[in-house]
Ligand binder design. Structure first.
Ligand SMILES: [Zn+2]
Length: 429
């Protein structure tokens, strides 16, 4: 049965934004290309034109250049390199991160979206066997390149850094290299989104989970010194560190995407006992989260390609779901759109009001803010419940009949188009 739609409805049904949606076919083509390098092991050949991590990195850098050409040179590519030595790189290996910088109005304030290009099999030192790394982490690299294609069509306040890491499987070397570079260059890192294993929906148990993605975050910053930790213990805020605030933003952004995925705010820095490239950023005090699929198939991770007792082991492309990967990509893009359009999050946010019924909130001014949003919630709630906007000239506000004993408070900065920064949790003055 056909139903005639009025012209206007047809026009609404095919908005320009549809062309800007992440494309499952293009994501698949990227993963296929990455798999075609045979292995992308960190210790594989950096020079071979066809096989190994060097060829894969050069291809990825070429993609960033191609994307940049299409936006009039809006992305500057750069390689970051340093030799690392460790248990899984005993003779030392040159780690090369492939980076693309999409400069914003604030060149030194960055939002990083990253994934690792290196792959491995069962033996972490085996640099020659085929290691397709389709999902771990071809999926993440495809997501980063797709985000660059789409976000490069717009201009932002913050600088976006597209990061393709190496050496993750040998010791989080690529993440460490970029995090330490950010510190050394005194960048303000407003957010770091790590995407690692983001493209499958069938778990090891055969069950398919297509409705959500996990976003891991720390609650209490790894870098907090003892006095700050003691103050947090005294005043609360274990669920309100900058990384948790970032996870909450991602959750809110995802909820607004039609037919998108739910975000499972996984309240620990990473999966139990495991890690990823966001952790070097956490270690230096930057807000960072990890995106990972809802259900993992460990037979497809870090496994030598083989069939054993009827079970196919190995990180192959047939185990992936590109429609799902496109949805995870859309959440990353929407999160960056918001945070890169917004000013930096306020600093120096404090509350006072003991022995009274009102709470006084103070904060430091933020460059480019057109206003501030005060958020508060009762201490028995996890999500912000109420908010009030104040003009850019204000750096103090009194919340009437909001007793400080029973409420948590935070402040965000607003941009010209209403884009909102992360919420900074208010501590003692
Ligand atoms: Zn990985």
């Amino acid at each position: 049965m056909h139903r005639l739609l009025p012209i206007a409805a047809l026009l609404v049904a095919t908005p320009a934004a549809a062309q800007d949606s992440p494309d499952p076919a293009r994501l698949k083509a990227t993963v296929e290309k990455l798999v075609s390098f045979g292995t992308r092991h960190t210790l594989s050949s950096p020079d071979d034109p066809q096989r190994g991590i060097g060829a894969a990195r050069r291809w990825a850098a070429g993609e960033l250049t191609r994307i940049s050409d299409a936006c009039g040179g809006c992305i500057t590519s750069a390689n970051l390199a340093r030799t690392f030595t460790g248990k899984r790189a005993p003779n030392g290996v040159e780690i090369v991160d492939v980076l693309g910088f999409q400069q914003g109005i604030e060149p030194r304030r960055v939002i990083i979206i990253g994934a690792h290009i290196d792959s491995r099999v069962s033996d972490p030192m085996d640099a020659t066997s085929d290691a397709p790394g389709a999902n771990d982490d071809g999926s993440g690299v495809a997501l980063v390149l797709e985000a660059a294609r789409i976000l490069s069509k717009q201009k932002f306040r913050a600088t976006i850094v597209y990061a393709i890491f190496s050496g993750e499987e040998q010791g989080l070397y690529g993440g460490t290299l970029l995090a330490e570079t950010a510190k050394q260059k005194k960048w303000t890192v407003s957010a770091m989104l790590n995407n690692d294993i983001v493209g499958n929906t069938i778990g090891q148990d055969g069950r398919r989970v297509t409705d959500h993605v996990r976003v891991f975050s720390e609650g209490i910053p790894a870098v907090e010194d003892l006095p700050t930790l003691q103050a947090r213990r005294e005043n609360g805020g274990e669920d309100d560190g900058p990384s948790r605030a970032l996870a909450k933003v991602v959750d809110g952004v995802a909820a607004a995407i039609p037919a998108g995925l739910d975000v499972f705010i996984d309240r620990r820095p990473d999966r139990f006992g495991r890690g990823g490239d966001h952790e070097p950023f956490l270690a230096l005090g930057y807000p960072a989260v990890r995106f990972t699929v809802a259900t993992e198939n460990w037979n497809g991770q870090h496994q030598t390609l083989r069939t054993d007792k009827g079970v196919a082991y190995g990180d192959t492309i047939d185990k992936m779901d590109f429609a799902y990967l496109a949805k995870v990509t859309a959440i990353n893009i929407a999160s960056i759109r918001r945070l890169a359009a917004a000013p930096a999050a306020p600093s120096g946010v404090t509350i006072a009001g003991a022995l009274g019924y009102d709470t006084t909130v103070k904060w430091q001014p933020v460059e480019g803010a057109t206003g501030y949003r005060i958020h508060w919630r009762r201490n028995d709630a996890q999500d912000w419940q109420k908010s009030a906007d104040v003009p850019a000239t204000d750096q103090v506000d009194v919340l009437k009949d909001v007793p400080v004993d029973d409420h948590f408070v935070g402040v965000s900065a607003l941009g010209a188009d209403g884009a909102e920064s992360l919420v900074t949790f208010a501590g003692p003055g």
